[in-house]
Design a protein around this ligand. Structure first.
Ligand SMILES: Cc1cc2nc3c(=O)[nH]c(=O)nc-3n(C[C@H](O)[C@H](O)[C@H](O)COP(=O)(O)OP(=O)(O)OC[C@H]3O[C@@H](n4cnc5c(N)ncnc54)[C@H](O)[C@@H]3O)c2cc1C
Length: 457
């Protein structure tokens, strides 16, 4: 039976959440403190200068809103080509039938903070020496200070045999795409009727929300149990990593869950390609001999496949010489920022955050929520000619949905220590919780649209 609080939250959600009902939702859930409107207004600066923001997703819009609160005379231009603002964590819930597709996006023009100039265009290059951005349609745009937040690039072509427009062919799916998430939900329901072999994979590069491939695997398992068809399907999870999850506080329970649900985990395996006609996935087993990596090919049949493509910083970041050129983050050309201040290591007038930032933590909008105040304050310090002193501790969160009704709320920092940011201190967060499910399904989306994007959360 549905709990009273869940019903209350669902009813509020159904009405369509505006700012007033958002506040009601937070107070119903006892979470009013996380909106932080007072804190956002408690600081101001007379610093001046032209700020250009590249990318208006979670990080770009939140930065624009926060800088607008904090600067007395904001002069901000934001470049982004998209008509829509997507709440991407909702893609997993579309793919499992919890959200309808139209519930996860708003018009970009309605998310843009007032007083910010939106240039609807794509950036092709940055010239950090001459402080210029080169755009597709508006030519060169100069800046005094640059906020680099274009998110990441999904490299679909690096998986042979399938690409973004052909998602769904041969029952091969991916929820890292809005259309792909919708196709996954249809296929997941069909799979429970036909039964067969389900194969789930992650990828060998850093990717946004590392938990997403695990979530869709666990939700598929539970969906089949709910339909009474679990014995008709087998499920296998393949990871390119040496272990399922690398935050020990949560890994123990996650491994138990996979074991309890009879989902074998195969480590050190990456996807090379998909033969959609033959319904076969081509893998490579990764082994190390000395300091050399050996890739041994093998093939698996499947009836339902969920795969994750490799990801990197957008090409223009690498081409503009803004990415790491050495160390673990060089392969994806992630932006070369100081991991605490988020200021570029070579160019002091550039700050970068969100998925594109080259920092050793998970790429999540939860991380963005904590990065924004640090990046905004440090940028303002630089505008004032001072040293940046605010420090980001690597906080990221990944609410791993373990079934329809429970979430393992993985919150952690650079040291991979648990870091609780929601008022759940009375709960054992090393285990999946119903309260965290309520947070994931009913709270985080309105928190995104009405809190974060307004520079408040
Ligand atoms: C399936 C899935 C599940 C997820 N689950 C979770 C979760 O449970 N919890 C969580 O916290 N996070 C989750 N995330 C991750 C989260 O959505 C991202 O980490 C977050 O959106 C990153 O914000 P960003 O601003 O860096 O990038 P984005 O939000 O992707 O925004 C990038 C923006 O830059 C623009 N842009 C791109 N290229 C250019 C260019 N050349 N010029 C100008 N503009 C450009 C784009 O149009 C876009 O508006 C999930 C993501 C996916 C896909």
């Amino acid at each position: 039976m549905e709990h009273k609080l869940e019903k209350q939250l669902r009813d509020l959600e159904k009405k369509g959440v505006d700012r007033r009902s958002f506040v009601k939702i937070l107070s119903a859930a006892g979470l009013l403190s996380i909106a932080g409107t007072q804190k956002a207004k408690a600081f101001s600066s007379k610093a001046t200068g032209k700020i250009v923001i590249i990318g208006g997703g979670a990080a770009g819009i939140s930065m624009a809103a926060r800088l607008k609160h904090w600067l007395k005379e904001p002069d901000i231009q934001l470049i982004d080509p998209s008509d829509r603002q997507y709440y991407q964590p909702g893609f997993t819930l579309i793919a499992s039938g919890v959200y309808q597709p139209d519930e996860v996006w708003k018009k970009q023009k309605d998310c843009m903070p007032s007083g910010i100039t939106w240039i609807k265009d794509s950036v092709l290059a940055v010239d950090p020496v001459w402080n210029q951005v080169i755009t597709k349609a508006h030519g060169k745009i100069s800046y005094d200070f640059l906020v680099l937040t274009p998110g990441l690039q999904i490299n679909w072509t690096e998986v042979e045999g399938i690409t973004q427009p052909t998602l769904g062919q041969g029952n091969a799916h991916c929820i890292y795409d809005y259309e792909g998430a919708q196709k996954t939900w249809k296929a997941l329901q069909d799979f429970s009727k036909t039964g067969g072999k389900g194969v789930f994979t992650d990828t060998y590069t850093k990717h946004k929300c590392g938990g997403a491939p695990k979530k869709i695997c666990l939700l598929t398992e539970h969906y089949n149990r709910k339909q009474g068809t679990r014995d008709k399907v087998t499920l296998d999870y393949y990871t390119a990593e040496k272990e399922l999850y690398d935050v020990p506080y949560f890994t123990k329970r996650l491994l138990e869950i996979y074991k309890e649900r009879h989902i074998p985990i195969h480590t050190n395996v990456r996807v090379k390609g998909v033969d959609t006609a033959a319904k076969q996935v081509h893998f490579e087993q990764i082994s190390t001999v000395g300091d050399q990596k050996i890739y041994t090919p093998f093939v698996e049949d499947y009836d339902f496949l969920h795969f994750t493509p490799p990801m990197s910083a957008p090409d223009f970041v690498r081409q503009s010489g803004l990415g790491w050129t050495e160390g673990k983050l060089a392969a994806g050309s992630w932006v070369m920022v100081d991991k605490e201040t988020l200021i570029h290591k070579k160019f002091q007038n550039i700050v970068s955050l969100g998925d594109v930032a080259g920092v050793p933590t998970s790429k999540t909008s939860a991380a963005v929520r904590k990065q924004v105040p640090v990046a905004a304050k440090n940028l303002i310090s630089i505008m004032e000619g001072k040293e940046p002193v605010e420090k980001y501790d690597g906080y990221a969160a990944c609410p791993i949905v373990t079934d329809y009704g429970h979430v393992l709320l993985c919150e952690f920092n650079y040291d991979k220590e648990p870091e609780v940011s929601f008022p759940f201190s009375l709960l054992d967060t090393s285990k999946e919780q119903w309260a965290a499910w309520l947070l994931k399904v009913y709270i985080l989306k309105p928190l995104y649209f009405h809190g974060m994007l307004n520079g408040y959360a």
